[in-house]
Write a protein that binds this ligand. Structure first.
Ligand code: XIL
Length: 354
């Protein structure tokens, strides 16, 4: 087959031939959405506001392949509350409405984090009481607005230092102490009692000291009956380094009575990217979806972007690329087939379909 793409848009489903001249028979091309639904699993994608408004192919990739959406940026503080008391919900509204129109669920992202904060918040000198008020107002405004429409919220994002077991010294910790975590979870739960509340973290997917610290934190919160329902394994992987013991690592947390979702999956490949790595990456995506299927309390896997030209990877990890299941022309890659493959395997009887 010559290198080129045939794009067929049938209803909401986008059907494309596989990546870079592969024979069609080499790769599974099933209906991802339908397969995920049949397995009772969410397959999500991080979505950006602009292409969702303007680019019909982007819309088709999102609604034709995935059952769930996460707001990649538009629900973060700097965009939602750029000035104190001034809220902008245009982006979040657009996403939540799109999800409703297309029968997709939503994950909310994110409430307490150290990044993408508005200047007024990041640079303020906060006393504990006042910061609690700020958090309360923001939670009421944001979680309150979408109450009942969000399946989950990443209430706590990246609470630990990048590589270490210590809690990150963010403004929340500085003003409120370690209990900011329980406090944010209680606040979120009071505003949206139906949403599953998560701690979302990276560099914990393969175990180690940071994962142990997260385990201790989660155990402690549960012992105190704090409303924590899930752990997000962000899963920003480097090609070749997807942990073999993902199932085991997830089950450690699900044994505590928590859900564990893969929340931000991408697998970046060092450049120059060849067809061989692209094929291997297909197996890595298969492995991650398979891991989630094996873990009884893994509700789903979310990939961190709809296509290469919307991926954060080239900017944030220079020298790596092609981390997602669709390339810069929205052509599906073996990564998509890998997910189809995992979802098509014979049911192992653990999960009722929805
Ligand atoms: C990233 C977005 O993808 C980028 O567009 C933005 O510039 C920076 O943030 N962990 C998270 C996500 O929890 O919110 C981050 O998203 C990626 C790392």
């Amino acid at each position: 087959m010559a290198v080129g793409v045939v794009v067929l848009v049938v209803g909401a489903a986008l059907v494309l031939v596989p990546w870079s001249g592969e024979r069609e028979s080499d790769h599974a091309e099933g209906d991802l959405r339908q397969l995920a639904d049949a397995r009772g699993m969410d397959l999500g994608v991080a979505v950006a506001v602009d292409p969702l408004a303007r680019d019909s192919t982007y819309q088709d990739v999102v609604s034709g392949n995935y059952t769930s959406m996460t707001a990649e940026n538009t629900m973060k503080w700097s965009l939602v509350q750029p000035e104190r008391g001034e809220f902008d919900f245009s982006g979040p509204d657009a996403l939540v409405d799109f999800a409703d129109e297309h029968g997709m669920s939503m994950r909310g992202h994110t409430l307490t984090w150290h990044n993408q904060l508005p200047e007024w918040l990041a640079e303020g000198e906060w006393e504990e009481e006042e910061l609690r008020e700020v958090l309360q107002e923001h939670t009421e405004a944001l979680l309150g607005r979408y109450q009942g429409r969000m399946q989950a919220w990443d209430v706590i994002n990246e609470p630990f230092q990048d590589d270490g077991p210590e809690l990150r010294e963010n403004l929340w910790l500085e003003a409120m102490g370690e209990d900011y975590i329980a406090h944010a979870l209680w606040t979120a739960n009071a505003v949206d009692p139906d949403a599953e509340l998560y701690i979302n973290e990276f560099n914990v997917e393969g175990g180690g000291a940071k994962s142990d610290a997260l385990y201790e934190l989660a155990s402690d919160l549960l012992e105190r009956d704090v409303p924590l329902h899930g752990i997000g394994f962000q899963s920003h992987f480097l090609h070749g380094q997807v942990p073999d013991d993902l199932v085991e690592q997830m089950e450690r947390f699900t044994d505590l009575g928590l859900d564990v979702a893969v929340t931000e999956l991408d697998v970046r490949i060092p450049e120059p990217v060849g067809q061989e790595q692209i094929e291997e990456q297909g197996q890595e995506y298969r492995q991650v979806v398979q891991a989630c299927l094996e873990v009884e309390r893994c509700p789903g896997v979310t990939v961190w972007g709809a296509a290469e030209h919307h991926s954060w990877v080239p900017e944030w990890f220079p020298g790596t690329a092609q981390a997602l299941p669709f390339d810069e022309n929205y052509v599906p890659k073996p990564a998509r087939s890998g997910m189809v493959d995992a979802l098509s395997r014979r049911r192992q009887g653990r999960r009722p379909s929805r």
